[in-house]
Design a protein around this ligand. Structure first.
Ligand SMILES: O=C(O)c1cc(=O)[nH]c(=O)n1[C@@H]1O[C@H](COP(=O)(O)O)[C@@H](O)[C@H]1O
Length: 267
C-alpha cells in the first residue's frame, strides 16, 4: 500500500525527498556504456548510494521507452533493485478512455509492479477510474505543473473567477479520492499555488517536482506545504558529477535536499 509505505519510509529515513530516476544516455558517467546495461548500472549505483535518504523513487517511463525493449527491461531491473520498503512512483502521466486506461493500469501496477503513478486529469473520471479503484496503489494527478507552458491550460479562469487547476484539485479531493489514494502534482516553481492548494486540501499529499534544475527552491516548497510535499529531484542529483565518483556526488546533493529532522511531522 503506497501511502503507508511512503509514510514509513519518510519517517525511517527522515526524508520527504523522492529521487527521479531519469537516465539520459548522453549524460551517463563517461566510464559507463551508453546503453540499457549502462542505465541499469547507473541506477543501481544511485539507488545503493541514496536509499537511506529517500521516501520514494520516481522513474520517468520516457527515458526507458526511448530505448525500446531493452529500455523496458532496464526499467524492470531498476524497479527490482529498489529496496522493497521504498515505494516506487512511476511517472507516466497516463489517462485515456476506460479500456485503454485499464491496460495502462495493468502495465504499471501488475506488469511493472509499481506502487504509484502520475496521471493526467484532462479526460475526466472514467479515464482515471482503473487506477483510482486500485486502493492499494496511489495516483498523483497533474494539477499545477512546473513548466512555463502549464499556464496555457491550467491557469485558464473559470466562471467562478478561479483557475482551472483549483477545480482539478477540488475534483480530486472531493470526488475522485474515495479510496484515499490520491495526491496532486504541483510544481516547485509555483510556491504560492502550492500554498493555496495545501491550505484548501491539507489531507492530500503533493508530489512537487521542479526543484534544482528547473529553479524551484526547496525552502519555499517546505514553507508552502510542509511534510505533505514529496519533493522530487532528478537531474541535480543524478548528474552531480560525470566521473567515477558520480554516486557519492549524488548522495551529497541528495543530503543537501533533506528536510530538517524537526520539520517532519508524519502521523
Ligand atoms: O509528473 C512529474 O513528475 C512532473 C510534473 C511537472 O509538473 N514537472 C516535472 O518536471 N515533472 C517530472 O519531474 C522530473 C523533474 O526532473 P528534474 O527537473 O531533472 O528534477 C521529470 O521526470 C519531469 O518529467
Amino acid at each position: 500500500m503506497f501511502m503507508q509505505k511512503f509514510r514509513a519510509a519518510a519517517i525511517s529515513n527522515r526524508s520527504t525527498l523522492c529521487i527521479g530516476l531519469d537516465p539520459d544516455l548522453a549524460r551517463l558517467p563517461e566510464h559507463l556504456p551508453r546503453d540499457a546495461a549502462g542505465i541499469v548500472q547507473f541506477n543501481q549505483a544511485i539507488i545503493d548510494a541514496t536509499s537511506d535518504l529517500v521516501c520514494a523513487y520516481k522513474p520517468n517511463i520516457a527515458f526507458y521507452e526511448a530505448l525500446g525493449s531493452a529500455g523496458w527491461q532496464a526499467l524492470k531491473q531498476t524497479i527490482a533493485s529498489i529496496p522493497s520498503h521504498i515505494p516506487v512512483l512511476l511517472d507516466a502521466k497516463r489517462g485515456d478512455i476506460g479500456s485503454t486506461a485499464q491496460a495502462y493500469a495493468s502495465a504499471a501496477f501488475d506488469e511493472l509492479g509499481v506502487d504509484a503513478i502520475t496521471l493526467s486529469p484532462y479526460m475526466g473520471y472514467d479515464s482515471l477510474q482503473p487506477f483510482l479503484e486500485r486502493a492499494d496503489k496511489a495516483c498523483f494527478i497533474l494539477c499545477r505543473t512546473s513548466n512555463p507552458g502549464g499556464d496555457d491550460v491550467q491557469n485558464l479562469m473559470l466562471a467562478n473567477g478561479e483557475p482551472l487547476f483549483l477545480k482539478i484539485a477540488e475534483l480530486v479531493a472531493e470526488r475522485w479520492n474515495s479510496n484515499h489514494n490520491c495526491g496532486l502534482v504541483v510544481g516547485a516553481t509555483y510556491p504560492a499555488e502550492i500554498a493555496t492548494i495545501h491550505q484548501r486540501y491539507p489531507q492530500l499529499p503533493l508530489l512537487v517536482p521542479g526543484v534544482g534544475s528547473q529553479g524551484g527552491a526547496i525552502e519555499e516548497v517546505q514553507a508552502a506545504a510542509g511534510d505533505q510535499a514529496i519533493i522530487n529531484v532528478s537531474r541535480s542529483v543524478l548528474y552531480a558529477n560525470g566521473g567515477s565518483s558520480f554516486a557519492e556526488a549524488a548522495r551529497k546533493v541528495a543530503q543537501a535536499f533533506l528536510v530538517p529532522k524537526q520539520a517532519l511531522n508524519h502521523p
